[in-house]
Design a protein around this ligand. Structure first.
Ligand code: PFF
Length: 448
């Protein structure tokens, strides 16, 4: 980081700052767009169960590892590996993370744009401006996709140029409780409707025969994506973290917040899908629950419209605005990874780094806007494979190169007496054996 001042890199304002920003990174489209669709189409409660297992048994330990690497080094993912170990291979792992971040961000902004567009769709629909509403809901309209994705990317760049603390901390603090409240209100509404019961049982009563290698692979990728793991986002956020912070506790909080919101989103959307179906509302693929990138965006507006009147519109607008903010706090972290890399490694000023990296990614986003089929491919390659692969290599790094004892020493700064806790006995076992073995097994069976 030679030549850079601390203000150029930034740091969190308050103890809560890091937790809010990391939770803001974790909670996003993964929870509300990806998770419910995957649960509904790939095994219902069986999927939920495996997802929870992946989150707590693999995601949480890897999260603690990433944050610790970040805080120890105070660097971007590439610099962090170089700083901690002399091994020449691991900086490439950081670089792979930067690439995953770039590629995920390129399609993430397009979907975030859909969410943002739907906030206005609710208003247009309410006032009977059908033409404008239809234009906004057409997820296949490349021009519209590109315009809103551009707005979203410019907003992300603007916040990143201002540094990591203020904007993110404030946005997340307000967004999280409101988002939970509105989801809970909607859950109550949906569950009171006849026709949603089947969705509830699909979501909560596991059919174990549905568990197979594909389901486990998908749930693992989803856990990594949702927790923002495997690409160094939390190495980067950890690099701005104060030594006084208790890392295992922060990781636990972020994991619980993320899982909690995903669980609630599933409890809202899966029953709502069945409700919509029972009412004959035409949803993707001719009314079947086929997997689709925009399935959730068909179910939710239909739901808000059936509530009708001003209430439906108000709920709809608020929900989609909150979802957009949730997506924004995630795009911020996705962009911060390559930006911190450019700032540290090429000694570029934050503002210049943010604009040049952000606008380059926007070019890919515009391409994705016109070819939404790319979303599925990029998601498979960079989220489902890329992130667990990154997580696997992070485990190998901490377990066998840096060594878990050194990581525990780093955690001890904010957690006096950690060496006497169960965590310090169990966590190394997960990082050295359980997580890498489980991830590798899953990646291999996916290819076989
Ligand atoms: N966790 C975000 C979500 O669930 O929408 C997506 C994401 C953000 C993935 C940051 C990876 C990342 F580094």
């Amino acid at each position: 980081m030679a030549g850079l001042t601390t203000t150029e890199r930034g740091s969190w304002n308050s103890k809560l700052g890091f937790i809010l920003a990391a939770a803001g990174s974790a909670v996003g489209l993964g929870n509300i767009w990806a998770f419910p669709t995957k649960v509904a189409t790939e095994g219902g409660a069986a999927y939920l169960l495996i997802y929870l297992l992946c989150t707590f048994a693999i995601g949480f330990p890897v999260m603690a590892a990433e944050i610790t690497i970040g805080r120890r080094s105070g660097k971007n993912p590439v610099g962090a590996f170089r700083d901690i170990s002399t091994n020449k291979f691991f900086p490439l792992v950081g670089l792979w993370g930067v690439i995953c971040g770039v590629m995920i961000l390129s399609f993430y902004t397009v979907i975030a744009g859909w969410a943002f567009g739907f906030a206005f769709e609710e208003i247009f629909y309410f006032f009977g401006w059908g033409g404008a509403a239809d234009w906004l809901t057409d997820t296949g309209n490349g021009f519209k996709n590109a315009i809103i994705a551009t707005v979203f990317m410019l907003g992300t760049i603007k916040i990143i140029t201002g540094g990591v603390s203020d904007g993110i901390e404030r946005a997340t603090k307000a967004m999280m409780p409101l988002l939970i409240t509105i989801i809970v209100v909607m859950i109550v509404y949906v569950l009171l409707q006849p026709g949603s019961a089947e969705g509830v049982s699909v979501y909560l009563l596991p059919d174990f025969s549905k568990i197979n290698a594909n389901l486990i692979f998908s749930a693992m990728g989803q856990a990594f994506f949702s927790l923002s793991l495997g690409m160094g986002a939390l190495i980067t956020y950890g690099s701005y973290l104060n030594k006084k912070e208790n890392i295992p506790q922060a990781a636990a909080f972020v994991t619980l917040a993320d899982v909690g919101i995903a669980f609630l989103a599933g409890l809202l959307i899966v029953p709502a899908m069945y409700l919509a179906q029972s009412q004959g509302i035409n949803i993707s693929a001719g009314g079947s629950l086929a997997s689709s990138t925009d399935l959730v965006f068909q179910i939710l507006p239909a739901l808000f419209h059936t509530i009708g009147g001003g209430v439906g519109m108000l709920l709809g607008v608020t929900f989609f605005l909150l979802l957009s903010i949730a997506a924004l706090t995630s795009t911020i972290s996705l962009l911060e990874v390559p930006v911190s890399y450019v700032i540290d490694e090429f000694e570029v000023k934050r503002k210049k780094a943010a604009w040049s990296v952000g606008l380059s990614i926007l070019v890919v986003s515009v391409f994705v806007s016109y070819f939404p089929v790319l979303i599925g491919w990029f998601d498979y390659l960079f989220s489902s494979i890329g992130l667990p692969l990154g997580g696997f290599l992070i485990c190998i790094f901490v377990g066998y190169f840096w060594k878990t004892e050194n990581a525990i020493n780093e955690m001890e700064y904010g957690y006096a007496g950690i060496k006497q806790t169960l965590f310090s006995k169990v966590w190394p076992v997960f990082i050295k054996y359980i997580c890498p073995a489980a991830i590798l097994y899953n990646l291999i069976t996916n290819f076989i």
